[in-house]
Design a protein. Structure first.
Length: 134
């Protein structure tokens, strides 16, 4: 195992987790709704970022191994909140709020998948523009 890459992943994860915590507090403090808006938006933005970064990493040498691990496994892994999403969905179900749980789960998955596709498309466009400028 490459200890340096492990440390990069850990540092990124810490930063991602702190970002998630701060953003969740900022969003939820401004909204009075039982719908977990912060988790919903964090999962979507994290999916967008991960799609973008993975496409860049696959199609270019712009990210070295350390940066890729820091940003993808580390930051995005610490930032996105799939376990929180799962817990919140179960809580909605346990509270008998089946309609809201179904909307939340379905919309979260659709939005996250869409965000990954958009992130990948943005990365492809950026790389194509960059290649055209060379």
């Amino acid at each position: 195992m490459d200890i340096a890459l492990l440390l990069w992943a850990g540092a990124g994860s810490a930063l991602g987790g702190m970002s998630r915590f701060a953003l969740t507090r900022a969003i939820q403090s401004r909204l009075a709704t039982p719908f977990p808006v912060a988790t919903f938006l964090i999962n979507a933005s994290g999916s967008l970022l991960l799609g973008f970064l993975m496409q860049i990493a696959m199609e270019s040498t712009a990210l070295g191994a350390e940066a890729a691990v820091f940003l993808t496994t580390g930051f995005c892994g610490g930032y996105t909140t799939f376990s929180t999403f799962s817990y919140e969905t179960v809580r909605l179900l346990q509270d008998g709020d089946y309609r809201r749980a179904a909307i939340y789960a379905t919309a979260s998955v659709v939005l996250a998948l869409t965000a990954v596709f958009i992130g990948m498309a943005l990365a492809r466009a950026l790389l194509a523009a960059r290649r055209g400028a060379l």
